[in-house]
Design a protein around this ligand. Structure first.
Ligand SMILES: Cc1cc2nc3c(=O)[nH]c(=O)nc-3n(C[C@H](O)[C@H](O)[C@H](O)COP(=O)(O)OP(=O)(O)OC[C@H]3O[C@@H](n4cnc5c(N)ncnc54)[C@H](O)[C@@H]3O)c2cc1C
Length: 403
């Protein structure tokens, strides 16, 4: 049974990640929001430090961000493993800065994909790689089954052809996990993921996007023209069963959606904390002992936002805990992502409003967090798509029944 107390063994990870958020990210947050596409070189030192901790065995099996080390702990019985560690660490890192958290070397969304579907040999081989994740295409966003990128076996190599858009860390990461179809005529079951190392001939960064938020993170369009990779860079097996859905690659989302929910919780908590501090200067002092008739409208609003945040946090912990305990969690992962994404959008914007001109101006980070939070309700599946998945699961409908 789930215990919602934070496990003692994970407290050091939370503390480390919070320190990184406060001391490494916050001081350079505005700088890289303004200098979009400039590489945050300060993070190289951080990556080296995190590698050192993990190599020395002093890490707890998952690094502060934790995406790279997704093997659950070996404990028997109920376990809090790498998924929980990743989620708790990610909350703190994104409390510091979400765009920078997405830019930490070796902590890409592709790393979570590797952890979800790779064989043990591949997990070892790609263990130190920084992997971006390329699913979205010009004609395939929410409907990831519609992708047109292909992978064709030619001797000992896969030949990849197609175009991917909106690839987070697509330029900076040293590999990209690419979703491609083995046979477009045979449907979604043929979609598999492939690790394409940076610099492979045929893979090219076409452009970098300018964005509303998470500007410290690069978002790339990539093209693949007869891009050849070794045969054993397909994640998992090349077998497919056309009667089944593309469950293999979809498993990735069970791991990554709680992580994106965690990002949303981090940004929302940062906003709420800062807004509460700013409002204290205007003599607003939330006090739980006050009765409903005594509290001001602003205090009431702060309590409501706090309750929303806590609901999102608990759903996220549950989804991560289920993943660690190998309990199917697709519905819970979508619930967490839907709730946390929506709540983060609401809280960050409401905090801007509650703080008036201070909230809207650039002297504080509230306006930036409101911009940053929007993407958390979009990538890894939009709000609407998460609700659709939850509805399908609750009603026992397939994607063909309810679309
Ligand atoms: C900054 C940024 C970073 C990203 N990073 C990555 C990445 O690293 N890797 C990657 O692969 N992708 C990435 N994406 C892409 C992201 O996952 C997609 O944008 C997202 O899945 C939505 O797809 P779309 O933009 O094509 O919207 P569409 O699918 O065209 O949807 C448009 C709107 O219609 C709604 N909609 C669609 N279908 C339905 C339906 N059936 N019912 C109700 N509403 C529906 C959607 O919710 C949305 O609001 C990123 C995007 C951005 C902006």
């Amino acid at each position: 049974m789930i215990n919602l107390e934070i496990p003692k063994k994970l407290k050091p990870i939370i503390a480390q990640a919070n320190m990184v958020g406060a001391n490494v990210f916050r001081p350079i947050s505005r700088k890289y929001d303004t200098a979009e596409h400039a590489y945050p070189k300060e993070l190289d030192m951080l990556a080296a430090l995190m590698d050192g901790i993990n190599d020395s065995g002093k890490g707890s099996g998952a690094s502060a961000g934790g995406l790279a080390q997704a093997d659950a702990s070996k404990e028997e019985g109920v376990r809090n493993g790498a998924n929980m560690a990743t989620v708790l660490g990610m909350v703190e890192l994104c409390w510091g800065d979400c765009g920078l958290a997405l830019t930490i070397p070796r902590q890409g969304l592709g790393n979570a994909a590797i952890a979800a579907v790779a064989t043990p040999e591949q997990k070892k081989r790609f263990g130190k790689v920084w992997a971006a994740m390329a699913i979205t295409e010009p004609g395939a966003g929410s409907d990831s089954a519609a992708i047109r990128t292909t992978a064709t076996l030619d001797g000992d190599e896969w030949v990849i052809n197609g175009e991917k858009i909106f690839v987070t860390a697509g330029e900076r990461a040293n590999a990209v996990v690419v979703w491609a179809s083995l046979d477009l005529s045979a449907g979604r079951a043929t979609i598999k993921s492939f690790v394409v190392p940076k610099g492979t001939p045929g893979m090219q960064v076409v452009r970098l996007d300018k964005k509303l938020g998470i500007r410290a993170s690069d978002t790339a369009t990539l093209s693949f023209n007869d891009c050849r990779i070794p045969k054993d860079n397909i994640l998992g097996s090349a077998e497919f069963d056309t009667k089944k859905s593309f469950a293999g690659v979809m498993k990735t989302f069970d791991n990554t959606r709680p992580v994106v929910a965690a990002m949303a919780i981090g940004v929302a908590r940062a906003s709420l904390e800062l807004a509460t501090k700013i409002l204290a200067k205007a003599n607003v002092h939330p006090d739980y002992a006050k009765s409903a008739t005594e509290m001001s409208a602003i205090e009431d609003e702060l309590y409501r936002l706090e309750a929303e945040l806590e609901a999102a946090r608990l759903l996220t912990l549950k989804a991560a805990w289920m993943a660690d305990n190998r309990i199917p969690n697709s519905m819970e992962a979508s619930m967490a992502k839907a709730k946390a994404g929506r709540v983060a959008n609401e809280i960050t914007l409401r905090c801007v409003e509650l703080c008036g001109p201070i909230g809207y101006g650039e002297t504080e980070l509230l306006e930036k967090w409101a911009r940053d939070s929007k993407i958390l309700d979009i990538f890894e599946g939009t709000q609407q798509i998460q609700m659709l998945i939850v509805a399908r699961r609750l009603l026992g409908k397939t994607s063909a029944d309810l679309r």
